[in-house]
Design a binder for this molecule. Sequence first.
Ligand code: ADE
Length: 193
Amino acid sequence: TICPQFFASCLGEGLLGKASDKGLVRIEVENLRDYATDKHQKVDDEPYGGGAGMVMKVDVWAAAIAKARADLPGARVVLLSPQGETLSDAATRWLAQNEHLVLCCGRYEGVDERVAENLVDETLSIGDYVLTGGEPAALVVIDAVARKLPGVIGRAESVETDTFAAGLKYPQYTRPPEYRGWQVPEVLLNGDH
Ligand code: ADE
């Protein structure tokens, strides 16, 4: 990412924060600018063929990804991009099998295509819409993958019974049994469900 501060608060909160505290996940954020070689720490340049917007540079991404691969042998390297394969529950499951994931967040109007072609293992999208950068997409991937890891969700069965593992999640209720005339289904109240 070129925006490391984007991740700070999100990763410290809630179940993800607890998972980090318990040592179940470890998330490190690298600033792509640290891999730029010119004095202005330039990470993007004008597109060949013209057009609006800037394109992130292949050489800078190559340096950053090489460092990540060297530090994390066997890591799966994923580029977040609206052009990628759409994230699914199955994908989060097998991403969670990897010891190390490297999530590459692009910014600006695009990333030199040679990054997707030659440097990463796969390209993932979180849906059919375009974000201003890959950072929110990376957070989605981190969250969805982390909750597949043993111990991250309080009760292991929550993962098994949640929306995708068991078809659509059934509606849930808690006290009070009646609120403004809105009733909790009788079958849930008699303890015999
Ligand atoms: N970057 C911009 N839009 C994106 C999307 N929909 N999914 C993943 N990365 C993105």
